[in-house]
Each structure stands twice: as C-alpha cells, then as structure tokens.
Design a protein around this ligand. Structure first.
Ligand SMILES: NC(=O)c1ccc[n+]([C@@H]2O[C@H](COP(=O)([O-])OP(=O)(O)OC[C@H]3O[C@@H](n4cnc5c(N)ncnc54)[C@H](OP(=O)(O)O)[C@@H]3O)[C@@H](O)[C@H]2O)c1
Length: 246
C-alpha cells in the first residue's frame, strides 16, 4: 500500500448513515474497512463502491471484543496505519423510563459507548502511525442531538450519547496536540431505519438526509491540520425550538 494512501474504518457501515459516510470517504480517496452485522448488506455497500481505493468488509457484533481485535488486525494488514476511525454503529429504541430492562440497556451500552471506547483504544497504535506518516489522524464519533439534550422515551439512549460526547471531549483534551483530532457529530432525526418509529408523524423529506452527515464529516477531514472541529450539531428546523410565547 502506498504511503500516500489514507485509510478509514467505519462501523455500522452496512446501511443508513454509515453507508453514506463510506461512499463519501471512498470518493475522498480512503481505503476502507467497513464493519456491520449483516454480511449481505455490507457486501451490497462494498459493491456500490466500484473503482478506486480498496474496500474490505468485516461482519460481526461490536459487542464482542474478539471482533474489535479482528477489525484492527484486518485493517492493519493491508494499510499499516489508520487515518480516520468513524465510530458510527449504534442502536436505539423508544421506551418509557419505567420500562427499561437490563437487556435493553446493556445492548445500548455495549454498542453505543463500550465498543466506541474499546475500538478507539485498540486503534491508537494505527492512528499514531498515520500521524508519523502523514502528520495527522482523526476520530469521528457519531453521537446524537439526544447526546446534548435528554429526550422523553430516549433516556438510556440519551445517556449513552452524552457519554459519547464526553468521551470525544476527553479525546480532544488528551490527543489534539499529538496530531489526532476528535470530532463528535450530533444529528437530529435522520432518514434511516433507526427513524422508523417516527414515520407516522414525520415524512422522510422532513428528516435530515444521511448524506448531510457525510458532508459534515467531509468538511472536518478537509480543513487544515491546524483546525480541529470538536463537535457538529445538525438539527431539523423543528428541533430545539422554544415553545410559542416562551
Ligand atoms: N437515524 C437517526 O435519526 C439518528 C440520529 C442521531 C444519531 N444517530 C446515530 O447514527 C448512527 C448510525 O445510525 P443509523 O441511523 O444509520 O441507524 P441504522 O440504519 O439502524 O444503522 C445502524 C448501523 O449500526 C450497525 N450495528 C448495530 N448494532 C451493531 C452491532 N452490535 N455490531 C455491529 N454493528 C452494529 C448496523 O448493522 P446491521 O444493519 O448490519 O445490523 C447498522 O449498520 C448511530 O450511532 C445512531 O445512534 C442516528
């Protein structure tokens, strides 16, 4: 692999926001390792990225530590370094706080925050190698607007996304002067399968497009090495408005 070839790992790349991020990064010239649970969906995303940098897929659950080791090993083998880690995979679900069970909570904790921290930890040597070779590297964590303001029926999800925002702020504090940038992306409702519970009341044209998230990330990877974008909040016009008369 050429020393000029940048590379990225994208989790949750088998659909939704992750596949839009993968398409944007491929366009930007990144060799990709794409991770998701469903191998058929991952293959469909990979085959949509035809000519260009190499694309490798890995299917499995990020809740399993063995998968995290596999991701790092299979990315390192061809690339030897990692310019961009996108921790995008996530699980949601609406429940009144009194109905939250241990299983419901544990899945969200495992995917939305535990895997984000553990995969980032394991990627540090590869990110540092990218800094050695190309002077910078980046971690993008997909949080949520629910990670900035708690929302009814999203209590445990909001808690995991607040944790993602806090983790990203800590990464910035610890790593920014070493050449590794950290960015939290906090979108409102995005038109993906995760938004299915809202479709009775919100049409797809009223939702943020997955490509909007990809464009926001494109900006963060294009700015100069001396410019860090620590956080981006993307909202629909209706979100976070004061009630009439407030
Ligand atoms: N959609 C929204 O309104 C919205 C708003 C704000 C933030 N977000 C965040 O954006 C990110 C992407 O969500 P999305 O809207 O694109 O949702 P989505 O369409 O449901 O996609 C979720 C992705 O995460 C993967 N995933 C889930 N659990 C996994 C596990 N245990 N191991 C490996 N991969 C797993 C899924 O893989 P498989 O499909 O292969 O199972 C899929 O690729 C999430 O972090 C989400 O919280 C979404």
């Amino acid at each position: 692999m050429s020393v000029h070839q940048r590379s990225a790992i994208v989790t949750g790349a088998s659909g939704g926001i992750g596949s839009a991020i993968a398409a944007m990064l491929h366009e930007e010239g990144f060799g990709l390792t794409l991770v998701g649970r469903d191998p058929a969906k991952l293959d469909a995303v990979a085959s949509s990225l035809d000519t260009g940098p190499p694309v490798h897929t890995i299917a499995g659950s990020l809740a399993e530590e063995a998968l995290l080791d596999r991701i790092v090993a299979e990315h390192a083998a061809p690339h030897g370094s990692l310019d961009l880690l996108v921790n995008n995979a996530g699980v949601s679900g609406n429940r009144a706080v009194g109905d939250i069970t241990a299983d419901f909570l544990d899945e969200q904790l495992a995917v939305n925050i535990r895997a984000v921290i553990l995969l980032t930890t394991r990627c540090m040597p590869l990110l540092k190698e990218a800094v050695q070779q190309r002077k910078s590297a980046q971690i993008v964590n997909i949080a949520s607007n629910a990670g900035k303001r708690g929302e009814a029926t999203l209590a445990s999800y909001s808690a995991t996304k607040f944790a993602v925002v806090g983790f990203t702020e800590s990464l910035h504090d610890e790593l920014s002067t070493s050449g590794i940038k950290a960015t939290a992306i906090c979108p409102g409702l995005v038109d993906t399968p995760m938004a299915d519970d809202y479709r009775d009341t919100v049409g797809p044209e009223e939702m943020i497009a997955p490509g909007d998230i990809a464009e926001a990330i494109r900006m963060t990877i294009r700015v100069s090495r001396s410019c860090v974008v620590p956080e981006i909040v993307l909202l629909r016009p209706i979100e976070w408005r004061q009630p009439e008369g407030a």
